[in-house]
Design a protein around this ligand. Structure first.
Ligand SMILES: [Fe+2]
Ligand SMILES: [Fe+2]
Length: 332
């Protein structure tokens, strides 16, 4: 009976807590002190609801993690000889668009730093680009053209001690090449040794023996979340079938396993744009943290894809707030 009450209480409290809600607001609402708050967070974690605290400026706020997808292998004792790999994955930052959300990218890097992660993968569309067939696009941007957008990446992309960013370029990045053969990666990686380029649209990488592919398709979304990614898996070269496929471009957030490939559609770190609004496309925001145990041959024994969802409450919809108020995240 008591346990039932606890579950109901945990569900209610978890629903009430919102990302970025200050703990002060919460404690005042329920008239509790800090120690009682810690007790509540402990109770939530017992019922699988992870809520952590993060300091943003001078305020401590809640951060909710989505329920973790636990592979059944967790029940087996992990042999000591398995290799542990932790990664963070982001995508579609669209820098230069007035809907960019650099502060959310900063949050992901800060969390990666706290977890001791040394590699962040970016699945393309670093910048918003310049489409000559979209005359309305400049109005939706605060940075125009190649120099301004690439200069912003060089200046403002999080720079965190011990973290290397490995990235591919996407369709929006490539628009600069199509306009005047200017390559975003050439300048970004020349100026930022912590940012390593893997390829246009597609990049292969081997981390601790695990084969991963970063993919940025150029087509439109499908109704079914998994349909397009499944097709991507089917056309992968037989000689390099990855264990993990990370897909940007669709601005969707979804994890599934297909043909023994762990496939993740990585959400965007940019709010819905006017183009998406017009086309009736949804825009899911988020990032992923991957926790992998593999053998020496790169076979995955345990895989956890932890989704970090960002919702309306996380968005700074004031167009220029992100540009004016966000400081570059630098940890030396
Ligand atoms: Fe995109
Ligand atoms: Fe794209």
């Amino acid at each position: 009976m008591n346990e039932k009450i606890d579950i109901e209480f945990a569900n209610k409290i978890y629903k009430y807590i919102k990302n970025n809600m200050s703990i002060e607001t919460f404690m005042q609402k329920f008239n509790i002190n800090y120690n009682e708050l810690m007790g509540i967070l402990e109770l939530l974690s017992i019922y699988g609801k992870d809520v952590s605290l993060m300091r943003v400026d001078d305020t401590v706020v809640f951060k909710k993690s989505s329920p973790k997808k636990i592979n059944s292998n967790i029940n087996k004792r992990l042999p000591d000889e398995l290799i542990h790999t932790q990664l963070a994955v982001v995508s579609d930052t669209h820098f230069g668009n007035i809907h960019q959300q650099l502060h959310l990218l900063n949050l992901v890097y800060l969390e990666a730093y706290k977890r001791g992660i040394d590699t962040v993968l970016h699945c393309g569309d670093l910048v918003d680009g310049n489409y000559t067939n979209r005359p309305e696009q400049p109005r939706q941007q605060f940075l125009h053209g190649f120099d301004e957008q690439v200069g912003y990446v060089v200046d403002m992309y999080p720079k965190v001690k011990g973290i290397t960013t490995k990235y591919i370029l996407g369709s929006h990045d490539e628009s600069h090449y199509k306009n005047g053969q200017s390559t975003v990666s050439k300048w970004v990686s020349q100026c930022r040794p912590d940012m390593i380029y893997l390829g246009q649209d597609h990049g292969k990488i081997n981390i601790n023996g695990i084969k991963l592919v970063l993919d940025h398709p150029g087509d439109g979304s499908a109704q079914s979340l998994s349909y397009k990614p499944q097709k991507r898996i089917e056309i992968l070269e037989s000689g390099y079938k990855p264990k993990v496929l990370l897909i940007g471009h669709y601005h969707k957030s979804y994890y599934f396993i297909y043909r023994n490939v762990h496939c993740i559609e990585v959400g965007a770190l940019c709010d819905k744009t006017q183009f998406q609004q017009k086309k009736g496309l949804s825009n899911i925001m988020g990032a992923y943290f991957l926790d992998i145990y593999s053998d020496k041959l790169g076979n995955i024994e345990y895989f956890e894809a932890e989704e970090i969802p960002f919702g309306n409450e996380d968005i700074w919809d004031e167009a220029f707030k992100d540009k004016k108020k966000v400081k570059k995240l630098v940890i030396n």
